[in-house]
Design a protein around this ligand. Sequence first.
Ligand code: PLP
Length: 373
Amino acid sequence: MERIYLDYNASAPLLPEAWEAMAQILQPETAYNASSTHHFGRIGQKAINDARLKVANLVGATPNQVIFNSGATEGNNTILNHFSKSYPDDTILISAIEHPSISYALNHLNNVKTIPVDKHGVIRVDALEELLQNNKVSLVSCMFANNETGAIQNVSDISELAHKHGSLFHCDAAQAAGRIPIDIKDKSIDFLTISSHKIGGPQGVGALIIGICGQSPALIFGGGQEKYLRAGTQNVAGITAFGAASEYTLKNTSKYKKLEQLRDKLEHKLKEISHDIIIHSEEAQRLPNTSLFSAKGINAQSALMALDLEGIAASGGSACSSGSINPSDTLKAMGLNEEIASSALRVSMGWATKDSDLDAFLCAWEKLYSRIK
Ligand code: PLP
């Protein structure tokens, strides 16, 4: 059976360019520890320096702003823990639709409050302003684009407001980087989180990009790697491949634009097949590759199993690490009820998605929908 992959927001398939870059480093009988001063160490160090420039270019940063780490979860935890520890009496504001690697802070750190979103899944800048007026806030943390709905946030306005009130601004761009243009300077972002596996690099590698705010957040201590901000022997192969994926992505931004046409066609056909369908955040600005929708009577877990039997890999609103699907917190924050929040399916596309993949999805969806109606 042909397998069709429509779950890029979970992990994008590895780009051939990233695999080749990794294979240059991960060869039998070689060891490239970038901290060593000998010949092999220098090869590792050069590979990391080259990758640092490519990753920096992806987000309009300079190489010295890039701190490599294990991914967006680590980047997000690093920032929140740093601010919680450094400014224990101040408030941290996060939006109501953040990834669990940010929202864990509500249960684990002190003085964390949420900024509500509107019914389109867009962070309410008016509510943020009120919270900033009524609290002494050290950090505002809001994502660039939502992993479930794809809704793009008003990052410039959020950053401007945070700075106006003397707070710093962190932005989780794990889903946005490489899918829409990002410039850390242009948006005045103080800390930016990105992840390799969302753009076709390997899993387990990412970066925290540090702006010009003068803060030095660190979570893991030990050796002096990454300017003492992230101890531990560097993942030379993973970082090199992350660099290759960043370079490919930047050169191929037009491919992401084309995905918007595919997504619009998908949603048009979905509406033709199923008149009660709700396309979430349809009226918001969205990532070109993401569509999240619900229809009455659809249970996301059973629908995904049925799609899988047809060879199609899609996702529910929020994939849980245990493999089960919980009602989406993002949809609940948008004011939708439990039934709709439990029925959401997500199609997310990327560098290898073809027209025919969506045709196959629609064919399977039509079968599934007609069984339920
Ligand atoms: N932030 C967002 C918005 C995400 O979508 C994800 C992954 O799904 C993460 C953070 C975590 O990324 P990583 O897998 O690199 O830890």
